[in-house]
Design a protein around this ligand. Structure first.
Ligand SMILES: *Cc1c(COP(=O)(O)O)cnc(C)c1O
Length: 364
């Protein structure tokens, strides 16, 4: 028998979340972001669930795309970091991948290689995130070089927001304005000649001006809100992952007793403590503070003391009787990974993405 810690993945919830993105931006085609093993949800199963609903899938690099191809996924795949070597370019083309071109080395290699046929290129423009992308001031020149290249059949322009999750931040409008202005300077006859992609999940949920031809939902597919606060659209998302385990010990402790490594938590009253078979070795964050909620029999109870590699302790004094073998939900539909993340000084994105394989993925 395996340990009881597991990750249950609701594939119909992924499909419903994808439909929400598409209903908000019905004019846009969908690039479903399944990088980093679909944010820890398993890229093969997630891609199978989404393949018929979206125009393209998106990962970071060729290795992630080949994992999908090996599993029989046939949808076209965009590589967000493009190619790291011209070998990747050739192998990617042979595997129905498309590439983001974001730096001058990739550009030179693309212009100088001898490709059997012309490809569609996704040119990334830096409108203010200052992470990847060509400078706005180089766009016109690079666009003309790509247009003139026998290796290039079509060009999509994309950019990425740095603050779209902060609804009151004017920086998003600034990036939008800069992107539109720089596209207006290009020698194109009509906007029908070029495709544009801008919106990530936060923008799909909150910035309709950014929809354009292609949107790129990531975290929202997995049912996690990109926002810190309640939001009308984001609150419709259905969390996809239920991370759960079981109670494996229950004990009474006296007022003044301590729990866990370092004796960091001390009972202020006589208490009942449940020990749960999950820890940082399963992906539960060690930085989760005493007080972080878990769900036992649909009731919230706080963890106490330090998170161990394989175990956590929960103060169950105030909830109905709990027994060895009871299910404990660490995060899921009634307790968001984002809420747990806020107790651990991080974000839901990180919690779900960095989980080790130890807690098996189970698909429903
Ligand atoms: C990861 C990523 C996305 C998806 O972002 P979410 O916030 O998860 O929706 C979109 N575009 C690019 C370029 C990305 O790197």
């Amino acid at each position: 028998m395996s340990r009881p810690a597991k990750r249950i993945i609701d594939l119909t919830a992924i499909q419903a979340n994808c439909e929400l993105a598409q209903s908000l931006a019905p004019q846009s085609k969908t690039l479903a972001v399944v990088k980093a093993d679909a944010y820890g949800h398993g890229s093969v199963e997630v891609s199978k669930a989404l393949e018929d609903k979206v125009e393209m899938l998106t990962v970071s690099c060729l290795a992630e795309a080949l994992t999908l191809r090996d599993a029989g996924i046939v949808a076209p795949i965009l590589l967000l970091e493009g190619f790291f070597h011209t070998d990747d370019l050739v192998a990617g083309i042979a595997n129905n991948c498309q590439f983001v071109i974001h730096n001058s080395v990739q550009l030179e290699q693309l212009l100088n290689i001898d490709l059997p046929s012309a490809i569609k290129v996704w040119l990334k423009v830096d409108t203010g995130m200052h992470r990847l992308g060509i400078p706005v001031s180089d766009l016109r020149h690079i666009y003309q070089q790509l247009k003139a290249s026998k290796n290039v059949s079509e060009i999509v322009l994309l950019t990425h927001f740095s603050c779209a999750d902060d609804i009151s931040n004017p920086y998003t409008q600034q990036q939008l304005r800069l992107f539109k202005q720089s596209i207006d300077t290009l020698p194109i006859n009509s906007t029908a000649d070029i495709e544009i992609s801008m919106a990530n999940s936060a923008a799909i949920l909150a910035w309709p001006e950014s929809y354009f031809d292609w949107h790129r939902p990531g975290i929202m597919l997995y049912g996690l809100s990109p926002f810190l606060h309640s939001h009308k659209q984001a609150d419709k998302l259905i969390p996809v992952m239920t991370f759960q385990s079981e109670v494996i010990a229950v004990r009474q402790i006296a007022k003044g007793d301590t729990v866990g490594y370092g004796n960091t938590w001390r009972a202020e009253r006589a208490s009942i403590i449940a020990t749960v078979a999950v820890g940082y070795g399963d992906g539960y964050p060690r930085s989760a503070k005493s007080g972080t909620p878990v769900l036992i029999n649909q009731q919230r109870a706080p963890i106490v003391g330090r998170v161990s590699m394989d175990l956590i302790s929960v103060d169950i004094t105030d909830i109905t009787p709990t027994h060895i073998g009871d299910t404990v939900v660490l995060w899921g539909k009634s307790l968001s990974a984002n809420e747990v993340a806020s107790w651990a000084n991080t974000i839901g994105y990180e919690l779900v993405t960095r989980m080790p394989k130890r807690a098996p993925l189970i698909y429903q």
